[in-house]
Design a protein around this ligand. Structure first.
Ligand SMILES: NC(=O)c1ccc[n+]([C@@H]2O[C@H](COP(=O)([O-])OP(=O)(O)OC[C@H]3O[C@@H](n4cnc5c(N)ncnc54)[C@H](OP(=O)(O)O)[C@@H]3O)[C@@H](O)[C@H]2O)c1
Length: 323
């Protein structure tokens, strides 16, 4: 089967740093064009990949040599440009969050289905082999019955001009950072999770939330999740899954480098073990999964919609403290 020809919409940091190298290295994809609002920016990025430089996003969608578009724009622009790309007949891999509202996510997933196009949200960590190992361990009963998950993703402040501080661009810690532990909770505790409470620290000057926490639980088992996120913190990216007879814990859970060997802490009645797991390139795995979806293979619609509904539910449930 031919490789999927990728057009990149915007010279975002995540595109230059992580996804362009992954698309270029993959046997399943090739980068044919990179677009930017600025011609010089597009040219500089395209030179490095020997592909076409395109000024403006609309022009990218008109290209016949682009099968699929990667959308790493600020969150509030994802829905608009994803819809335009789908209507131009392109498959889409959009950065997380796919949109800023569950209703938009549902509408776009429906549109993609109607048009027979792949639409995926770019959560990388769910493609890391570590999570298959974690699920196997849980299923094998190593920690007994799952009782609760504690997960945090917190980062230090960003430069003042960062898109995460721009309310009009869909900024804020919940949409940018909180979405990771929320996605993790669904992965580890299942799709039936309900949001039972939340807190957001709201920056009144910039109009965005800087951090917060959320409590969720799975009604059928009562297993709960306490999730913490923020962008005015010390860096943390870890979780601990507590069971009736033991626990599992992982650090550097969301963005491990391709060569990083995750260390999974396993504690149970007989003792503790730090199990060093194989390295895995989650961006390469993500790209391969997207290429399969483009070729008519598996999609991942249900978790994408559930994720958007949970993020909406956190917003609705949140007690907002203004700072
Ligand atoms: N999956 C992951 O691991 C991961 C990691 C980090 C970020 N992300 C997500 O990726 C997206 C981009 O994040 P980032 O940190 O890479 O952002 P960024 O460096 O600020 O890039 C955003 C890009 O969007 C384009 N853009 C279009 N309109 C814009 C506007 N009005 N203001 C600013 N930029 C505009 C710009 O490209 P041009 O100027 O070239 O047109 C800019 O380079 C976000 O949704 C974020 O949550 C995902």
């Amino acid at each position: 089967m031919n490789t999927v020809r990728i057009g990149v919409m915007g010279c975002a940091d995540i595109a230059l740093r992580r996804m362009l190298p992954a698309f270029a290295a993959s046997p399943h994809t090739e980068v044919t064009a990179i677009a930017s609002r600025g011609a010089d920016k597009a040219r500089a990025a395209a030179e490095a990949y020997g592909c076409a430089a395109v000024e403006g996003y609309e022009a990218l969608l008109e290209r016949p040599d682009v099968d699929a578009v990667y959308v790493p724009l600020p969150a509030a622009l994802h829905a608009r440009w994803t819809e335009r790309a789908l209507r131009a007949g392109k498959h889409v891999l959009a950065e997380k969050p796919l949109t800023t509202r569950a209703a938009d996510t549902a509408r776009l997933l429906g549109l993609a289905r109607e048009l027979g196009l792949a639409l995926a949200e770019n959560h990388l960590f769910v493609h890391h082999h570590t999570y298959a190992t974690v699920k196997d361990l849980v299923t094998s009963g190593v920690i007994g019955e799952v009782r609760s998950l504690y997960a945090s993703f917190t980062i230090p402040p960003r430069p003042a001009s960062d898109i995460r501080y721009r309310a009009d661009l869909g900024g804020g810690a919940l949409l940018d950072i909180g979405v990771y532990p929320i996605r993790l909770a669904s992965l580890l505790l299942g799709p039936e999770l309900k949001v039972r409470g939340a807190v957001l620290r709201h920056d009144s000057a910039r109009g965005v939330d800087l951090g917060g926490s959320a409590h969720l639980d799975a009604p059928s088992t009562g297993a709960g999740a306490h999730l913490v996120f923020g962008m005015e913190h010390h860096y943390t990216a870890g979780w601990r899954l507590l069971g009736s007879e033991g626990s599992l814990a992982l650090d550097r859970a969301y963005s491990p480098a391709a060569g990083h060997r995750p260390v999974l802490r396993i504690e149970h009645a007989d003792g503790a073990e730090d199990r060093v797991l194989p390295a895995h390139d989650q961006a390469a795995a993500r790209v391969a999964a997207f290429a399969r979806a483009v070729r008519g293979g598996e999609g991942d619609e249900a978790p994408v919609l559930r994720q958007a509904e949970l993020v909406d539910a956190v917003h609705r449930a949140a007690h907002v403290t203004t700072v």
